[in-house]
Design a protein around this ligand. Structure first.
Ligand code: ZN
Length: 334
């Protein structure tokens, strides 16, 4: 199946005149922070993605990096997974998420992140599939109009991405609060659907977040494996103006990618990003409308059996959250 990224493009029209090319680029490696990642990249070798099932648009490179030959991959719009194919609500969670949830936020007044605000955006919503008309409503993301939200993907066994994203978000929240951060989630399965992608961005903006992260898992073809972090490209169109956040978001994303490799042992995506684990995009409302440093992370491919085995493991999800947390802590401590 085609790539079903975090914030899908509606199937029609395929391309708006306003739509800017997606950008897939290799980031400049940051010494130190990306040491582990560099090792992985060296072992795995770059993959231009052309052999993978992902259909991605190629285009202008990150403003702060030289376009990479590995960054040019085949291009189409992201596919939107119809709500009707969304997973059954009866599917059981495959592994325990003990201690992942918490009913009341801790309020430590100390820690290295005291005074810092982090907004965690768990991608999609477990109930989105019940609200097809609401989530298909178009919202303006500056560059174009797109669906309010999407159902997300699922493992072949039917475990939904929206459950994965919430579980990891809870774990990450706990870790960041232990560091003294003030943490806000954009949704906690506490609303019937959504929020829409524009509101997801607005929540981070209004919280004046020092860092924001949107958590996802991909729905690409079997054999496509690994994680990637999505960085905002430079957009200045309508309500969208990412020019001020491109550089800090890249730093945030590079640090998260580096710590994610180190803590999880997972390799960067073998189907996008040219082996770097970094992809820059200008079509995602959650990034285009952000005024605070923000990245998305696709933790793995739910449609690949080997990746799914990791994604459905509570032990691995804890590592994933730890990797994200360490990257965010590194970014915020400077
Ligand atoms: Zn997603």
């Amino acid at each position: 199946m085609s790539y079903t990224g975090p914030d899908f493009e509606p199937p029609q029209p395929r391309r708006s005149p306003l739509r800017r090319p997606l950008t897939v680029a290799i980031a400049a490696l940051v010494p130190g922070a990306l040491l582990g990642w560099g090792v992985y990249a060296a072992v795995a070798g770059p993959d231009d993605g052309s052999g993978g099932g992902a259909d991605r648009a190629a285009g202008g490179a990150r403003t702060s990096a030289t376009p990479s030959p590995g960054g040019s991959v085949s291009a189409t719009d992201d596919a939107k997974e119809p709500a009707s194919t969304s997973p059954s609500p009866t599917v059981k969670e495959p592994s325990a998420s003990a201690s992942a949830s918490k009913s009341a936020p801790a309020a430590p007044a100390t820690g290295p992140l005291k005074g810092k605000v982090v907004v965690i955006d768990p991608g999609h919503n477990p109930s989105n599939f019940r609200h097809a008309s609401e989530i298909n409503r178009k919202v303006n993301v500056g560059t174009h109009w797109k669906a309010c939200d999407t159902t997300g993907t699922a493992t072949n066994a039917g475990w939904p991405e929206a459950k994965f994203t919430l579980d990891v978000a809870h774990r990450l929240r706990t870790l960041l609060e232990e560091q003294g951060a003030t943490v806000k989630l954009t949704q906690d399965d506490d609303r019937p659907y959504g929020p829409c992608v524009d509101e997801r961005a607005r929540i981070g903006n209004e919280a004046k977040a020092d860092a924001a992260i949107s958590i996802h898992a991909d729905g690409s073809g079997a054999g496509n494996r690994g994680f990637h972090v999505i960085l905002p490209g430079s957009v200045h169109d309508g309500e969208a103006d990412t020019r001020a956040i491109v550089a800090p978001s890249a730093e945030l994303g590079e640090r998260i990618a580096g710590s994610f490799v180190r803590v999880t042992g997972s390799a960067p995506s073998n189907y996008v990003g040219g082996g770097t684990g970094l992809v820059t995009r200008t079509d995602l409302g959650g990034l285009n409308l952000s005024t605070v440093p923000k990245v998305f992370i696709e933790c793995g491919n739910m449609r690949d059996g080997e990746d799914a085995a990791l994604l459905t493991s509570g032990e691995w999800r804890q590592k994933a959250a730890q990797g994200m947390s360490e990257g965010i802590v590194s970014f915020l401590r400077g």
